[in-house]
Design a protein around this ligand. Structure first.
Ligand code: BDR
Ligand code: CA
Length: 314
């Protein structure tokens, strides 16, 4: 099978780390052209350092470029405490061996995308600031973008506020630019990500198993389990892994093509993604593909199985 070219835009972040780990475990199917960072779960300095630490930990040599440190026009906001002071559950990950490839994610994205013979899939799993800037400043890249598989938005209410999911809430103007771009988009919103995750028992087994990679991920996830986003203390969503899972295993999801309108007002509805879920209204396939359901057991089995592969790499 031909490998898919991807670039992951992220703000690691514990679930971002699981998503990066899952992608690295699947490098036989994914050609990871680079990782770009964006402020979100922590400051741009911290999330960039974290991306370097994670990739170094796996002894991989993936290009990492630092992106935007604040939203397009709003004030900077922190992603909250669920990712810890360092953004990685304060697990004391070693200092990175890898050096930053570029301190300008936007030109890195442009140059990398334009240099490929084949189109590139973008996987944004943080606020959409970098991707919006890329599309606006270098619109020529649009021709070469195969798909944007993003984590963000919701059709069922929010997590950062009652009405908005965090990544869209953090930079709604950027999200609006991306959804209005008419590029092919797959939206992994809370509608599916709240059911895509791991049980507390899975995490305990990961932590205790003695694997270097899974042990670290287990410790991080153990920290993540202390957040109040966890369902009755027994199941935690791993939001960001969904955007990658869709690329590799689309058959475990259900979806609907529909319009996604981002609310950029200030106040109650900031960052709300208004989605038309009336099943008698038909939208063609040029509209975003909004994921509506995931097979939780398959998601969990595939994710765990692939994460264990990483123990052979570190
Ligand atoms: C999103 O917010 C962040 O905290 C997570 O990393 C994820 O990307 C979920 O709303
Ligand atoms: Ca994230």
């Amino acid at each position: 099978m031909k490998k898919r070219n991807i670039i992951i835009d992220c703000d690691p972040g514990i679930d971002d780390t699981v998503a990066l780990s899952f992608a690295i475990a699947n490098e036989d199917k994914l050609n990871i052209l680079g990782i770009t960072t964006v402020a979100g779960n922590q400051t741009i300095e911290k999330v960039t350092l974290n991306a370097l630490r994670i990739v170094s930990y796996y002894k991989r040599n993936i290009k990492i470029a630092m992106g935007q440190g604040r939203p397009l026009i709003r004030e900077k906001s922190s992603g909250g405490s669920i990712h810890g002071e360092d953004g990685l559950g304060d697990c004391s990950l070693p200092e990175p061996a890898l050096k930053l490839y570029s301190d300008n994610a936007i030109t890195f994205l442009r140059d990398t995308i334009m240099a490929q013979d084949e189109k590139v899939t973008l996987v944004p799993v943080g606020p959409l600031t970098n991707i919006a800037l890329l599309i606006k400043v270098f619109p020529e890249v649009k021709e070469k973008i195969e798909l944007i598989s993003l984590m963000g938005g919701s059709t069922i209410g929010g997590n950062r506020t009652p009405y908005a999911e965090y990544n869209v809430w953090a930079d709604p103007e950027a999200a609006r630019i991306v959804f209005d771009s008419r590029l092919p988009i797959v939206m992994s919103g809370l509608t599916v990500t709240l059911s895509a995750g791991l049980y507390k028992d899975d995490v305990e087994i990961l932590s205790r198993g003695g694997g270097k990679a899974t042990g670290l991920l287990g410790r991080m996830l153990d920290y993540y389990f202390r957040g109040d986003h966890v369902k009755k203390g027994t199941f935690t969503p791993i939001h960001d892994a969904c955007a990658l899972m869709y690329l590799l295993y689309p058959q475990i999801f259900e979806f609907r093509h529909t319009e996604v309108l981002v609310d950029c007002s200030e106040g109650l509805n900031r960052g709300n993604t208004a989605v038309d879920m009336r099943d008698w209204v038909k939208y063609d396939t040029t509209y975003p593909k909004v994921l509506t359901k995931v097979d939780t057991e398959k998601f969990r089995e595939i994710l765990l199985n692939d994460l264990y592969k990483l123990d052979g790499m570190v």
